[in-house]
Design a protein around this ligand. Structure first.
Ligand code: TGC
Ligand code: FAD
Length: 393
């Protein structure tokens, strides 16, 4: 059975010396909440394939929605290290909980804050920050995933409205969202963002079932059949693919921290088990092969921590490039998935049960390595950065 020993965050390179007292207070508050509210019940929600909706308001109270959005719009006005630490701790609980907060923060609040009118900011941001309102982000389509520039969802002018047609797929929060930030092409074929509200005629959001990953998160479609979207719902300050891609840069940044949280949780569970479980009269932690797995996990967690801390510092200074974010997202999700697989083996048969978190994290991370740009796409972004030659098409 899982041990009740307290949680010790791996900090082999004394990373805590690189963050402020305020950062530690924020991290510890989220960590404590995850320990009390997420970890004891997440396996049940995951097994039922249901999103723990009662946690949304609490996430809002904790400041997990829009931490870097200014206080005047309901955010917490924090820096990007704080945002990263919040994502790390939430994903230590479950990738689905972090997904909820990532989407709300980086894919809904961020574009409204960056590209919206003052009226849009005042109308939506404070309610999104408290969790009174839930948002989702529609970019991916049934036939256009890695290549969103080829999207066919479109809108045309009609009096005071735009008429929106098309469909989005694989959308986190779709069925529970009050608003959707939807990326669609105008009559000239230019990608623009629209805020579509639940209840608009012709807008439906069916749920996607049968996922073996992110089971404690809602995923679904967004279907637009001649939806009349008021013209004031257009995000006026951006056009072209850089609109949605800049939101992805923000979310990918958070994921690069989040993945470390999942890896930390697996490492912690495996270390405690290895010290308690005996075979051949000795703790299995005394066998070199198990020490190798633990030592490699700690090494990769430490490298990922250093990478994200530096990335966060650069993002605070406005110097983090999208290609840097891609490298960190790609690396950290890969090491987290490897750590989930390797630490699961340390537990032998016990590792396949839901008494321990490895299988759940492993299954979740299969989505995380796919969404927000697949593992392949992030490699190609790095290749493009090195050579100056895009090889996407
Ligand atoms: P490309 O010609 O390279 O770029 C078009 C314009 O966008 C700019 N740009 C970026 N801006 C900000 N951040 C980025 N990461 C950017 N990448 C590109 C670029 O400078 C250009 O600007 P301009 O001014 O010249 O127009 O575009 P491309 O069509 O060749 O695409 C390149 C590619 C393949 C890298 C891109 O399309 C891509 O990243 N594809 C992956 C798609 C993706 O990540 N989808 C994610 C959907 S949302 C999601 O998964 C949410 S999961 C949420 C959860 O539950 O946590
Ligand atoms: P495809 O683009 O069809 O790719 C299939 C395979 O081909 C991949 O291995 C890919 O790497 C490879 N490939 C594609 N192009 C190239 C290339 N040029 N060179 C080499 N290999 C290539 N989207 C949203 O808009 N909003 C959301 O909230 C959202 N939430 C999601 C939640 C979950 C649980 C999941 C699983 C996905 C979510 N997505 C969301 C969609 C996600 O972003 C896409 O799944 C992802 O971008 C990949 O698109 P695709 O699945 O269509 O795969």
């Amino acid at each position: 059975m899982p041990t009740t020993a307290p949680y010790n965050s791996p900090d082999h390179f004394l990373m805590d010396e690189l963050i402020s007292e305020e950062h530690k207070i924020i991290r510890n508050a989220i960590r404590d909440w995850v320990n009390r509210k997420v970890k004891p019940e997440i396996e049940t929600w995951f097994e039922k394939a249901e999103f723990p909706g009662h946690l949304v308001k609490e996430l809002g109270e904790l400041g997990a929605f829009g931490p870097f959005i200014p206080v005047e719009y309901g955010g917490a006005g924090l820096d990007y290290i704080s945002y990263g630490l919040i994502m790390q701790e939430l994903e230590r609980g479950d990738s689905g909980i972090r997904s909820m907060a990532s989407v709300q923060t980086s894919l809904v609040m961020y574009p409204i804050f960056e590209y919206g009118t003052d009226a849009q900011k005042k109308k939506y941001l404070p309610k999104l920050a408290t969790g009174e309102m839930i948002g989702c982000f529609g970019l991916t389509e049934p036939n256009h995933g890695s290549d969103p520039g080829s999207m066919i969802t479109n809108f045309r002018n009609e009096d005071d409205f735009y008429i929106l047609n098309g469909a989005k797929m694989w959308i986190t929060n779709s069925t529970i969202a009050d608003i959707a930030v939807v990326w669609a092409k105008d009559e000239a074929g230019v990608v623009k963002g629209l805020i579509v509200e639940k209840g608009m005629d012709g807008f439906t959001a069916p749920e996607t079932h049968g996922k073996w990953s992110l089971r404690a998160s809602v995923t679904g479609e967004l279907v637009f059949d001649n939806v009349k979207v008021p013209k004031e719902n257009l995000l006026p300050k951006v056009k072209g693919l850089k609109g949605p891609l800049s939101c992805l840069t923000s979310a990918r940044y958070g994921i690069s921290w989040g993945a470390i949280g999942a890896a930390m949780d697996c490492y912690d569970a495996a270390l405690k088990y290895a010290l308690e479980r005996k075979q051949f009269g000795k703790p299995i932690a005394s066998f070199q092969l198990q020490q190798k797995k633990l030592a490699e996990a700690l090494t990769e967690i430490t490298k990922a921590q250093l990478l994200t801390w530096r990335l966060g510092t650069l993002r605070n200074e406005g110097k983090a490039t999208p290609a840097m974010v891609s490298m960190a997202k790609r690396n950290n999700v890969e090491i987290a998935l490897d750590i989930a697989r390797n630490t699961r083996q340390i537990l032998g048969a016990m590792g396949i049960t839901n008494d321990f978190p490895m299988m759940r994290h492993m299954m979740n991370l299969e989505s995380v390595i796919t969404y927000e740009g697949t593992h392949d796409i992030h490699l190609l972004i790095t290749g493009n950065e090195i050579t100056g030659i895009p090889s996407f098409n």
